[in-house]
Design a protein around this ligand. Structure first.
Ligand code: ADP
Length: 264
């Protein structure tokens, strides 16, 4: 599905958090190219800078060194060309599903009816038709995350950034959401950067898996997953790629635990 066009390019990214007393280098000399329509998954040990990288792409944070380009344009702050799906979908409890998905569109100046039509299109796409008038507290975790995905897609962003979006879900719902996300992705053909610490999830979803090192996060390895979709979690080729990613990760997880022990 991916094309040869480079959609997103990160060049020499270093991010240092420094509050005057603590100085943490979260990412160092990180370079990445993501092609148009590509589904890129970033995996790495906890605290290696995965979310930091997504925040830099989103424009929520600024790199200490380096630059990120989207369609050749330097990213200098947040913008509607990037949709973000958080681990906890922060929905407005006093707004319905429709209200939550429409809200950002109206803020951007879209006329009400157009915003409503657009919101309904994506609510239907994520499988929530019939729930548009429901309030968030009546929804399950998986349904809330569907709203989060619909909300991000409604802007029709150039890139969809997903930060451990299924991390808080139970194992069964997580599997269903992985399958659903693949179905939605095949429809929208978005360029996606997805962060997870689950290797099983990474191999199920990705065209390309980027394995990061322990902090400061650099690239440890890049693995292309050239398997047909929908993928089977028990397929021999699936298992062999999973093994490859796990081997790369294991060393880094050990390093990361040592780092934690030293700083505890
Ligand atoms: P991951 O997503 O891989 O678990 P993060 O990107 O959240 O890792 O964090 C990378 C490192 O940067 C961690 O050590 C974390 O504590 C630190 N960090 C992240 N955000 C901030 C911040 N706003 N201020 C200070 N340190 C931060």
């Amino acid at each position: 599905m991916k094309t040869d066009k480079i959609k997103l390019k990160a060049v020499g990214i270093t991010k240092i958090f420094d509050d005057g007393t603590h100085r943490i280098t979260a990412i160092q000399d990180f370079n990445l190219e993501v092609r148009e329509n590509e589904f890129t998954v970033i995996v790495g040990p906890s605290g290696c800078g995965k979310s930091t990288f997504l925040y830099l792409v989103a424009g929520f944070e600024k790199p200490t060194k380096g630059q990120i380009f989207l369609d050749g344009k330097l990213i200098t702050g947040p913008g509607p060309d990037r949709g973000f799906v958080f681990q906890e979908p922060t929905l407005y409890p006093w707004k319905t599903v429709l209200g939550n998905v429409m809200f950002g569109l109206e803020i951007m100046g879209m006329p009400k009816q157009e915003a409503k039509n657009k919101a309904m299109k994506y609510i239907t796409m994520v499988g929530l038709k019939g729930f548009e008038n429901a309030y968030p507290h009546t929804l399950s975790g998986g349904m809330k995350q569907r709203v989060g995905i619909a909300r991000a897609l409604a802007y029709d962003p150039e890139v969809l950034l997903m930060d451990e979006p299924f991390g808080a879900l139970d194992a069964q719902t997580r599997k269903v959401m992985q399958q659903e996300l693949m179905r939605i992705w095949e429809k929208t053909k978005k360029t996606v950067i997805f962060v997870t610490h689950s290797v099983i999830e990474a191999v199920y979803l990705a065209d390309t898996i980027v394995v990061m090192t322990a902090r400061p996060g650099r690239i440890k390895g890049i693995i292309e997953v050239d398997l047909p979709r929908p993928r089977s979690y028990t397929d021999k080729r699936y298992l062999s790629i999973r093994e490859k990613v796990l081997t790369l990760l294991e060393e880094e997880v050990t390093k990361s635990l040592e780092l934690q022990r030293r700083t505890d």
